[in-house]
Design a protein around this ligand. Structure first.
Ligand code: C2E
Ligand code: CA
Ligand code: CA
Ligand code: CA
Length: 275
């Protein structure tokens, strides 16, 4: 099985793209990856559309596999959630992300860092405890940390966990609702949880220049977010036409390949936006 996977990898290596081969990690593989520190974060810039300055970055996990190369999160986050390893995985992510944010804060006191959180992380007290400890240890400004929860994640959150989110918000952390428009909980959850940011799902953003329905959804998301005093992020911005449309609609922040792909921290430090 492993031999067959290796052959597939080498035959696809030249394409250099994600997801072309069939490395299907086991629970033990993922456990080893965590223990051997093979999980790293890439950072994708977010740009303030009005000022064209760097607003922040989203931390996106990658598995640097010694044999199979860079494994994208789609290949292992679901496994982590099914096996409960997501607790340990998120702990690693938070540790890496916060120490990176502390580095950035030494140079720039405004750069935000967004971190992806799963439902199980909210259904236990580990995450708030770890965050509290790190804020104290680093004297970190929590308002520069954005916790992203997808709309579908919200459906898996226990009712009693809702106040964990409220308490994190009261401590100063920002809360973002990710992939907005793709789940079913949207409107009822929006006022139960004190979100500060709304991320429009990239499927609507990608289609808005050629599809009136998608454009209407994007416009509605921007209006809704602003009425609820939330900042709005468009992700999956892939070209200038889409950027211009979003700017005209009053979108606050943009993220996508048009601006930059996710990159390691050392590259991010050298990166500049050439709008
Ligand atoms: P997401 O949170 O919706 O992240 C956005 C995804 O879209 C990222 O994929 C990003 O690389 C990709 N993307 C950004 N700009 C563009 C664009 O212009 N066009 C297109 N086609 N794609 C773009 P990635 O890094 O593969 O992550 C996939 C998903 O894995 C994330 O979706 C998130 O749900 C999950 N994920 C990533 N890192 C973590 C993590 O640390 N913890 C958890 N729990 N989940 C994570
Ligand atoms: Ca996200
Ligand atoms: Ca998203
Ligand atoms: Ca997504």
């Amino acid at each position: 099985n492993r031999q067959a996977q290796r052959e597939l990898v080498s035959s696809n290596n030249d394409k250099g793209s994600q997801g072309k081969f069939d490395f299907i990690p086991t629970e033990q593989d993922l456990r080893d990856a965590i223990d051997n520190k093979q999980l790293v974060l890439y950072y994708q810039p977010q740009i303030n559309m009005e000022t064209q300055s760097v607003h922040g970055a989203e931390a996106l996990i990658r598995w640097l596999h010694p044999e199979f190369g860079i494994i994208p999160p789609d290949k292992f986050i679901a496994l982590a959630e099914q096996t409960g390893l997501i607790e340990q995985l998120t702990e690693v992510v938070i540790q890496l992300a916060i120490s990176q944010s502390v580095q950035w804060q030494k140079v720039d006191k405004t750069i935000r860092l967004s971190i992806n959180i799963s439902a199980q992380n909210i259904n236990s007290l580990k995450l708030p405890e770890q965050l509290k400890m790190l804020v104290k240890q680093y004297e970190l400004d929590p308002s520069l940390i954005v916790l992203e929860l997808t709309e579908s994640t919200l459906m898996d959150i226990e009712v009693t966990s809702l106040d964990i989110l409220t308490r994190l918000r009261l401590k100063g952390f920002q809360l973002s609702i990710d992939d907005f428009g793709t789940g079913y909980s949207s409107l009822s959850q929006l006022h139960k949880i004190p979100f500060t940011e709304l991320k429009i799902d990239q499927s609507f953003v990608a289609n808005m220049k050629k599809e009136n329905e998608s454009k209407a959804i994007v416009q509605t998301c921007i209006m809704l977010a602003h009425k609820l005093n939330m900042e709005v992020v468009a992700e999956g911005v892939e070209d200038k036409d889409t950027w211009d449309l979003l700017l005209a609609e009053g979108c606050d922040i943009a993220q996508g390949y048009y601006i930059a792909k996710p990159m390691p921290a050392d590259q991010f430090d050298k990166w500049q936006f050439k709008g």
